[in-house]
Design a protein. Structure first.
Length: 670
């Protein structure tokens, strides 16, 4: 036995030694794993490169050293960002005397002047990786620094300096930093392009966020598509800050308050600064909430948003108590924020974000900072204009009562359904109470069911895994159908009964989606399920509730571009149309839904914004689309005959059908 263990141990280590351990130096980790630093290699990540450089210039402006920033997009996808700040230091670095500080910053991760508050009180670049990452992911990057009345320049390519820092000459009337870069096609591919509209919105938002900066935008006219309203040139300067943005966004819309609730407070003791602008539309259009920290957008919110919610909720409830309106107690922060249009910006020292892309603020002290800054001003705003305050209070009470009324209706609906139904244990149900907008995915196997449960939207999407191939109801007896556990679970989950007991109003989901593997076995299982619904619940099909999911069979990747193919024919079509047979394309075949990562399953098959569904219909015989009455009198004999032929008990009928129709298989237009 000991010899056996010894031989296994030797086999386990024979191909793994010290020589297999890689040590990545310089900026090579960024090029190997760009997703760790900018979130991927897609369009969003491409534009994030511009944000990293622009944020450095904004930090100079917020610190009071720059008043002007220029951003230019050229036709060859080169981006130039210039500011009139202090300029990146160019003197030799103490730890690397043979390199300038500029070269160290551009070629070394975690090198910068923002790790302490000695140079910047508040900053968006916190990790010392921003501009070095841009350098690593650009096939060319040029930096010019005007400092101490002299002009310096250095060129880089894919993170490596293409020579030492050069002294260009005197620059007595110029100061600041210019960064010019071109994204590397080896990382992002050739298909991804900068969108002028996205960069313009980015520049405009920065100008709104800091009143003291002027941003000059320029874009090559050839970059603008037909119908694009993005200007080729513009000067962006907004002395009113967030209030100016809100006024522009609300133009033409009615609001509950005659004047928005705005403010700008710098906290004592250098804790930070808070600026906000809030209003409540009096229409049916959606609101919005845009929050920022040190001019960095935080689309996933965070602690600063939590502080604003708390302050507004406490303020409106306190005002309700003041005017003796007892209904104000039922207002929640969600009632206040759901339909509001909100702009929030904080400037704090050493903020903490979730991840390098800074999508969510995690600094605990930001909650207290915003709460204290907003609460007192909100109290004064409400008490200073009782007419507006009362109108807002009534508006929010209506929202709260509507929320409570909907919740009560859903609870009654769900209680009624669950009182009649014993839901199967393996059903991962959705949280929405009524069936509007809900879906149930009938998934092939527990493995695929596990992936689907992770990929689903828990609010509206339920998942019921089915084990293997279900019973063929077209050839089974009634006793076998009732005894089948999989079909019994399916009937319990749907809650609407079957056959003559089918009740449309009791159906617990708006869509019933069959989701099986994109192979022959998957097609067979889908056929068995469609047969079941056709025989036992034809009204469900006729009313448009039954669908087939369209999961891909292949994943095609080239550079930063990823597409999915339904089958072999679709794969060949994509190779010709999307890749044009140029360059190496990595093709991977999914073994099944259970092998597909939840993120890809969601993107390709379950997300309503990106997926494709096929609606199952009962076609008539050579006539218009069939509308099946409750008694099913208009069901065509042809459809019934076809189901009986393909799925019934007599195998010879299937054999004869295949023999007669096999010649048409090659003529199917995929």
């Amino acid at each position: 036995m000991s010899d056996l263990f010894a031989s296994n141990a030797a086999a386990d280590t024979s191909g793994y030694s010290a020589k297999d351990i890689e040590v990545l130096e310089g900026l090579e980790p960024v090029r190997r794993r760009p997703g760790m630093y900018i979130g991927g290699t897609d369009e969003r990540a491409l534009h994030h490169l511009v944000a990293e450089v622009l944020d450095n210039s904004m930090d100079e402006a917020v610190a009071g050293f720059a008043s002007r920033i220029e951003i230019e997009l050229s036709a060859d996808q080169t981006v130039t960002i210039r500011d009139n700040g202090r300029g990146i230091p160019v003197d030799p670095h103490p730890r690397f005397p043979d390199k300038s500080a500029l070269e160290v910053i551009l070629t070394t991760l975690h090198a910068g002047g923002k790790f302490s508050d000695k140079v910047y009180a508040t900053a968006g670049g916190l990790h010392g990786v921003g501009i070095s990452v841009v350098n690593a992911l650009s096939d060319r990057l040029e930096v010019e620094v005007a400092r101490d009345k002299r002009l310096y320049a250095q060129h880089f390519s894919r993170g490596l300096p293409q020579g030492k820092l050069q002294t260009i000459g005197a620059a007595p009337n110029r100061r600041g930093t210019t960064v010019r870069f071109h994204p590397d096609a080896e990382i992002f591919g050739t298909a991804l392009k900068f969108r002028p509209a996205t960069l313009f919105r980015m520049a405009r938002s920065k100008a709104y966020l800091f009143k003291g900066v002027e941003i000059r935008w320029k874009c090559d006219p050839d970059m603008l598509r037909e119908g694009d309203t993005t200007p080729a040139e513009a000067t962006l300067h907004y002395p009113g800050g967030l209030a100016d943005f809100l006024a522009s966004a609300m133009e033409g819309r009615r609001t509950v308050a005659t004047q928005p609730f705005t403010g700008d407070v710098e906290s004592p003791g250098e804790q930070g600064r808070v600026e906000w602008a809030v209003t409540w539309p009096d229409d049916q259009d959606d609101g919005f909430l845009h929050a920022y920290c040190n001019t960095i957008p935080t689309p996933m919110g965070g602690t600063h948003e939590a502080g604003l919610r708390t302050a507004l909720a406490r303020g409106i409830k306190a005002y309700g108590e003041l005017v003796n309106n007892k209904k104000a107690a039922q207002i929640t922060a969600e009632d206040i924020m759901a339909g509001a249009c909100v702009m929030l910006s904080v400037f704090i020292r050493e903020p903490s974000f979730q991840g390098q892309t800074k999508d969510k603020l995690a600094s605990p002290h930001a909650t207290k900072l915003v709460d204290q800054a907003v609460k007192d001003h909100f109290d004064h705003w409400l008490s200073g204009d009782p007419e507006t305050a009362n109108r807002l209070l009534e508006h929010l009470i209506e929202r709260a009562e509507d929320r409570l009324r909907r919740r009560q209706q859903k609870e009654v609906s769900r209680k009624t359904a669950t009182r009649k139904l014993r839901l199967p244990g393996k059903l991962a149900d959705c949280s929405r109470s009524d069936n509007e907008g809900t879906e149930i995915f009938l998934v092939e196997g527990d493995s695929a069911g596990g992936s689907a449960k992770q990929a689903r939207n828990r609010a509206t999407q339920a998942v019921l895994p089915l084990r293997g191939k279900i019973l063929n109801v077209a050839s089974a007896s009634v006793e076998k159908l009732r005894a089948n556990q999989e079909l019994s679970d399916l009937l319990l989950a749907l809650g609407c009964g079957s056959g003559s007991s089918y009740k449309q109003d009791a159906l617990r989901y708006e869509k019933v989606i069959i989701m099986t593997d994109a192979d022959v076995d998957g097609a067979h299982i889908a056929s068995l399920l469609m047969t079941f619904f056709y025989r036992e619940m034809p009204r469900l099909i006729a009313d448009g509730h039954l669908y087939l999911a369209m999961p891909p069979l292949y994943r095609l990747v080239q550079g930063g571009k990823t597409v999915y193919a339904r089958d072999d024919a679709h794969r060949e079509e994509l190779m010709k149309t999307d890749f044009n047979a140029r360059g190496k394309v990595e093709i991977s075949r999914f073994k099944g839904l259970g092998e597909m990562p939840p993120k890809q399953l969601k993107e390709t098959t379950m997300d309503p914004t990106t997926r494709q569904l096929l609606r199952v219909k009962i076609p008539p015989s050579g006539g218009p689309e069939l509308v099946v009455e409750p008694e099913l009198e208009s069901e065509t004999e042809r459809t019934r005959e076809m189901v009986e032929t393909l799925m019934g008990k007599k195998a010879e009928r299937r054999f004869d059908f295949i023999q007669a129709n096999a010649k048409f298989v090659l003529e199917v237009d995929v």
